[in-house]
Design a protein around this ligand. Structure first.
Ligand code: GDP
Length: 395
C-alpha cells in the first residue's frame, strides 16, 4: 500500500474518535510567521516533504501568495501527530493574514476550538494580534501562544538569557492583558490566560525549525543558555534535532486545546441560540455521529475538477453522499455529491465524515460561507460578525 493511502486510512480511523481530534487555527499579525510555521508543522508531521517546506521558506515573501504553493492555497490542512502514545488528527484552518479579511478570520474561528496565536518576539503584540484574539475569544475558542523569531533576539539583538526571558515575559504579559480585557470571566475561572509554567506558551524559530516550552525543557534538559549556545556556535541542526518545532507545537496543541467532545457543550451555546431542549441540540452537545446533521460552512472553494467545495465544521451527525440537506436562508434541499477530509493540503474523498470533524463537501450549491446545513430545518448559527479593527479606548 502506498504511503499516502496509509495516511488516509489512519486519518479515517482517527476521524471516528473525537477525543483524539483537535480543530485549530493559527492566527497572527501579518509577517509574524504563520506561513513558515504552518509549512514546518506539515513537514514535521510528514504531510509534505521537508524539501518542499525548505523551498517555500526560501521564496520571497513579497511574491503573490497564490503562487507560493501548498499551505497558502489550501485554506485547510490536516495532519496526524502522536502524543503520549496516542495518534491525534489535527485539523488546521488557515486564517487570512490581513486585517481586511476580518470576516474570514472569524469564520475560520467558528470551525475550531483552539487558536494558536503567533507573535514575533522582536515586534511584540500588534493591532492584529488583538483582533485575532478578540475573534477567538468571542467564538469561545481557547488561545495558546507561540512566540516566533527568537533566533533574532539571539543573533541580531545579541541578547543573553535574562534579557531574552524578560522580553518573552513582556510578550506573554501583553497577550494576557488582552485576554483579560476581553474575557475576564474565562481568564479568571477557567485559566484561559497563557502561561509558560502551564505549557500554553512555546517559543522558537519557525525559520530555523526549532522550538521549546517548559515541558520540552524539562524533557530535554536544554535551557535558555544552551539555546543561545546552539545558535551562536552554528549548531542549529542539533537544536532542531533535539527540539523540533513540530513536536513542541503539536504536543502543546494535543495537550492544551480541547477536543470536540470537551469543547462543543461550551461552544454550542456561544454560537447557536436555538431551543436547547431539543434532540438536535443534544446531538450537538454530545458530538453525536448518529444525531441530526448540523454542518456549519466556513469557506467555499473552487476545485477545477469537482467544482464548488463547501468546507466547515460538522457539529452533529454523519455526512454521506446522497443526503438531502437544508441550507439556511434558502428554500428546498441540496443533495451531497461527495464528502471528503483534508490530508496535508489536499482533499481526499471518503465514504463518510462523522461529527467533530472538518469536512469538505460537494453538491451544496446554495451554500455560502456562513450557511448552516442540516438534515432537518433548524435555527441557523448566529451570524458571524466582522471585526476589522481593535476597539481603541480613550484613556
Ligand atoms: P505570515 O505573514 O505570518 O504568514 O509570515 P511568513 O511566514 O510569510 O513570514 C514573514 C517573514 O518572516 C518571512 O521573510 C520569513 O522568512 C520570516 N520569518 C518567519 N519566521 C521566522 C523566524 O522564526 N525567524 C526569522 N528570523 N525570520 C522568520
Amino acid at each position: 500500500m502506498g504511503r499516502r493511502k496509509k495516511i488516509v486510512q489512519e486519518c479515517e480511523r482517527l476521524m471516528d474518535n473525537p477525543e483524539n481530534i483537535r480543530n485549530i487555527a493559527i492566527a497572527a499579525h501579518i509577517d509574524h510567521g504563520k506561513t513558515t510555521l504552518t509549512d514546518n508543522l506539515l513537514a514535521g508531521a510528514g504531510m509534505i516533504s521537508s524539501d518542499l517546506a525548505g523551498e517555500q521558506l526560501a521564496m520571497d515573501t513579497e511574491e503573490d501568495e497564490q503562487e507560493r504553493g501548498i499551505t497558502i492555497d489550501a485554506a485547510n490542512v490536516s495532519m496526524t501527530h502522536e502524543y503520549q502514545e496516542t495518534n491525534h488528527l489535527i485539523n488546521l484552518i488557515d486564517t487570512p493574514g490581513h486585517v481586511d479579511f476580518g470576516g474570514d478570520v472569524t469564520r475560520a474561528m467558528r470551525a475550531v476550538d483552539g487558536a494558536l496565536v503567533v507573535v514575533d518576539a522582536v515586534e511584540g503584540t500588534m493591532p492584529q494580534t488583538e483582533t485575532v484574539l478578540r475573534q477567538a475569544l468571542r467564538e469561545g475558542v481557547k488561545p495558546a501562544l507561540f512566540i516566533n523569531k527568537v533566533d533574532r533576539l539571539i543573533n541580531e539583538l545579541q541578547e543573553g538569557p535574562e534579557e531574552m526571558q524578560e522580553r518573552l515575559q513582556t510578550v506573554i504579559g501583553d497577550v494576557n492583558e488582552l485576554i483579560r480585557g476581553m474575557a475576564e470571566e474565562k481568564y479568571e475561572e477557567e485559566g484561559w490566560q497563557v502561561s509558560v509554567q502551564d505549557g500554553t506558551v512555546a517559543f522558537g524559530s519557525a525559520l530555523y525549525n526549532w522550538a521549546t516550552s517548559v515541558p520540552q525543557m524539562q524533557a530535554t534538559g536544554i535551557d535558555f543558555a544552551d539555546i543561545i549556545d546552539y545558535n551562536r556556535n552554528d549548531e542549529i541542526d542539533e537544536l532542531r534535532e533535539y527540539s523540533p518545532l513540530s513536536t513542541v507545537v503539536l504536543d502543546m496543541v494535543a495537550e492544551h486545546f480541547p477536543n470536540p467532545v470537551k469543547a462543543q457543550p461550551e461552544r454550542v451555546p456561544t454560537v447557536w441560540r436555538g431551543d436547547d431542549t431539543t434532540e438536535l441540540a443534544e446531538g450537538m452537545r454530545l458530538v453525536d455521529d448518529e444525531g441530526d446533521v448540523v454542518f456549519m460552512v466556513t469557506d467555499i472553494g473552487i476545485d477545477p475538477h469537482a467544482g464548488e467545495i463547501a468546507t466547515g465544521r460538522l457539529f452533529s451527525g454523519t455526512l454521506e453522499r446522497g443526503q438531502d440537506l437544508y441550507v439556511s436562508g434558502t428554500a428546498g434541499t441540496n443533495r451531497i455529491q461527495s464528502v471528503g477530509i483534508f490530508m496535508g493540503g489536499e482533499r481526499e474523498e471518503v465514504e463518510r465524515v462523522p461529527a467533530g470533524n472538518i469536512a469538505a463537501v460537494t453538491g451544496l450549491r446554495d451554500a455560502i460561507a456562513g450557511s448552516t446545513v442540516s438534515s432537518s430545518e433548524m435555527t441557523p448559527f448566529e451570524s458571524i460578525e466582522h471585526i476589522s479593527e481593535p476597539v481603541i479606548t480613550k484613556s
